[in-house]
Design a protein around this ligand. Structure first.
Ligand code: DHB
Length: 310
């Protein structure tokens, strides 16, 4: 019997594959679809204090091999997500809130509110690239540290951080040292690669409207960067901080590579947006087939065991 179950701080997941925060997870109807699917958890859209309409459309575009988006955090406001948690509990899988404050006080206010809910886990998003005029917090190490220390003090739920991609070993080391100090239960690597540009050469035009066409890159383009982030943090972090891998996972082989690099769980973003809820079962079955071929029975058999060339 092949076992792809996983666990975060005592919370059991009956597989290791669920949705990334972002696509198709902003309303109760959409979240119910994730509940009825084979996703092992239900992760909600990043929420803010007040509801937001988000950026003008078109703001998401599928591209061969990926996607570009500049959604601008359209969401129903955190109170809506608090209210629907009881209804999502019927699926008997972990329900995870994603929190996107504009400053420390907003993060704190939302964490406190979710503390007194039945939500299982908190994902603190430090990496939205699409708010006009706001840099990504995850690239400001001082502000990140302040927020992460506050999370450690305030959160009564298992909590983790959604991080932007890093590209320089010095930055990995700076962030890892903050994380090893504040001990989140997990990190999620990576958010979309911010501020990419696609061009429709025939129209001589950008493909999304906000920010002059610049938006977060997802899908196959970002898998090597996502693997590098998972691997580098796996090397640098204390082993009790779990890593959740996301970025360009479309197949069981992709999933296998992320776990080999050190991921404990996996999220599907662009592949879920493109294929819909049946993607969770397909990728889970494909991962099990790879494990059978390799003679592995559970994720521990190969997690983090990526070989280097001496
Ligand atoms: C949005 C995009 C992100 O990558 C993110 O982490 C949060 C929000 C958005 O544009 O809605």
């Amino acid at each position: 019997m092949i076992d792809i179950s996983a666990e975060i701080s005592g919370i059991h997941f009956n597989s290791c594959i669920y949705n990334a925060s972002g696509p198709l997870d902003a309303t109760l109807d959409e979240l119910n679809n994730i509940g009825y699917s084979n996703a092992c958890g239900i992760l909600m859209k990043s929420c803010t204090i007040l509801p937001r309409e988000g950026n003008p459309e078109p703001r998401y575009k599928d591209i061969d091999g990926g996607s570009i988006n500049s959604m601008g955090l359209p969401n129903m406001g955190y109170k809506y997500y608090l209210d629907i948690i009881p209804s999502l509990m019927k699926f008997n899988k972990p329900v995870i809130a994603s929190i996107a404050g504009q400053n420390l006080d907003e993060y704190k206010q939302m964490i406190e509110a979710f503390n007194s809910s039945k939500v299982d886990i908190l994902e603190i998003n430090l990496s939205c690239p699409n708010i006009v005029g706001k840099p990504q917090i995850g690239y400001d190490f001082e502000m990140s540290e302040e927020i992460i220390k506050m999370c450690r003090e305030v959160s009564k739920k298992p909590w983790g951080l959604k991080l932007p991609p890093y590209f320089d070993f010095v930055h990995f080391e700076q962030m890892a040292s903050i994380l090893n100090g504040s001990k989140p239960d997990f990190i999620v690597c990576i958010n979309s690669i911010g501020n990419a540009l696609f061009i429709d050469w025939e129209k001589e035009q950008v493909v999304i409207k906000p920010k002059g066409g610049f938006g977060g890159l997802g899908g196959k383009y970002i898998k090597p960067t996502a693997l590098a982030n998972v691997r580098k943090f796996y090397e640098l972090l204390n082993k009790n901080i779990k890593i959740i891998g996301v970025g360009g996972i479309y197949t069981g082989v992709d999933a296998f590579e992320f776990i080999l690099s050190g991921a404990s769980l996996l999220q599907l973003g662009t592949s879920f947006a493109q294929e819909g809820p049946k993607v969770f079962q397909r990728v889970s079955e494909e991962l099990k087939s790879v494990m059978i071929q390799k003679g592995y029975q559970n994720l521990q058999d190969f997690k983090g065991k990526l070989k280097v060339i001496d």
